[in-house]
Design a protein around this ligand. Structure first.
Ligand SMILES: Cc1ncc(COP(=O)(O)O)c(C=O)c1O
Length: 397
């Protein structure tokens, strides 16, 4: 029977990893895969997470199932991390929430919940968006459309075009927004944009669906969620998917959370049973380990401070790599304007070069990036900035 199915084409980013590994050029640079890297190219375990892990190993005395919510302290901590201690939704009990297997798990459960709301709903994603949004949403049975977002000529958000599309949406629409550090472009909404979106959502009746996978890796833990918090305080209903993969470095531990903000505590209680039911039908319950670690880090002053310091250092490193790359580019008087590099946020930047130029960089200079020309800025290091700028000069003229 299995002959009915054919092999699928290889994932292009995973293919890039293999090509990079086989490349013997000592100057090779991997800007493809979207994980944080330090100056040595290593994705280290964060020190606060290491400490929490040791403590957890010593104190955990059972591996029996946890409840359907996941690690309760984790879920409570993440709600406050994203929405703030003073959040009205938290204080009024308007939030349903569960721990999920990573941000992907949150997006999948969130999408299935949205699917349960009716047959007519459409999810709108930014053009472009993170490639995995499409299968995660579509496999929940939801149709996808895209709204204009990125302005390739400026490297920033074309909010006018986006807003024009939002103005046409209504109560059967769900709008997926990147909470901060837009993947793949690095072009983020300004606070004023978030205010306009809240206004639109209230007027048109669509539901915002915020994916926040990089809190703390842009302008800081609080700054990065100003938009999401504004939405939460100013509209009644929304969906939030969060990930601890990047900001706690827990990638393989599959740690995330889904929050649904509803109009009342009664609705939140009903939705709580629905999201638990979706999870139960998919994977029963989330792995607990990552949740225990984040719970410990968030609820221990010393560990929390250590984690925040390390996260700030990571964000600062990415910013200084952006500045360093632009400085090297400017020294070489390259025809293309790359000044957007320092205005964009988070780990990613769209270089805005052609697929042919991307291939040339790979073939002639062993610089690896996605075909779209998205680069992971954290894949750079201070030693290779000049080399990358030289290659860009050769390729772009
Ligand atoms: C935009 C975005 N959303 C969600 C995720 C979820 O990641 P994970 O499932 O690894 O937590 C990622 C990871 O790369 C991402 O870039």
């Amino acid at each position: 029977m299995f002959e009915r199915l054919e092999a699928l084409p290889a994932d292009s980013l995973l293919g890039l990893i293999a090509l990079f590994r086989e490349d013997s050029n000592p100057q090779k640079v991997d800007l493809g895969v979207g994980v944080y890297r330090d100056e040595a190219g290593h994705t280290a375990i964060m020190s606060a997470i290491q400490k929490a892990s040791r403590e957890h190993m010593e104190t955990e005395d059972s591996k029996t199932y946890i409840g359907p919510v996941g690690v309760v302290g984790f879920v409570e901590g993440i709600k406050k991390l994203v929405l703030g201690e003073q959040s009205s939704a938290i204080q009024q009990g308007h939030l349903a929430a569960i721990q999920t297997p990573g941000g992907c798990g949150a997006l999948r459960v969130g999408s299935e919940l949205i699917r349960r709301l009716g047959d007519e709903l459409t999810v709108w994603v930014s053009d472009p968006t993170w490639a995995n949004h499409v299968p995660l949403i579509q496999s929940a049975g939801l149709p996808i459309q895209s709204y204009p977002y990125f302005d390739a000529s400026t490297g920033m958000v074309n909010f006018e075009a986006m807003d024009e599309q939002l103005a046409k949406l209504g109560p059967n629409d769900v709008v997926l927004l990147h909470g901060c550090c837009h993947n793949p472009t690095g072009a983020d909404l300004s606070f004023e944009h978030w205010q306009r979106i809240a206004e639109r959502a209230n007027k048109q009746g669509f539901i915002p669906y915020v994916d926040i996978a990089y809190q703390g890796l842009g302008d800081g833990l609080e700054e990065d969620v100003k938009g999401v918090r504004y939405l939460s305080e100013n509209i009644q209903e929304m969906v939030i998917a969060t990930s601890c993969s990047k900001n706690f470095g827990l990638y393989r531990e599959r740690t995330g959370a889904l929050m649904i903000q509803t109009k009342s505590a009664t609705e939140a209680a009903a939705i709580q049973t629905q999201i638990q039911d979706v999870a139960r039908a998919n994977y029963s319950m989330s792995p607990a380990y990552g949740g225990h670690l984040v719970d410990k880090v968030l609820h221990n002053d010393e560990l929390r401070r250590e984690w925040q310091d390390e996260l700030n250092a990571m964000a600062t490193r990415v910013k200084s790599l952006r500045a360093g790359l632009l400085e090297e580019i400017n020294k070489r008087d390259i025809a293309k304007d790359f000044s957007f590099i320092t205005q964009q946020k988070g780990m990613f930047t769209y270089l805005g070069i052609t697929p042919e130029q991307v291939s040339e960089l790979r073939r002639d200079y062993s610089i690896y990036m996605a075909d779209s020309s998205r680069i992971n800025v954290a894949g750079l290091n201070t030693q290779c900035l000049g080399y990358v700028a030289d290659a860009l000069k050769k390729v772009c003229g």
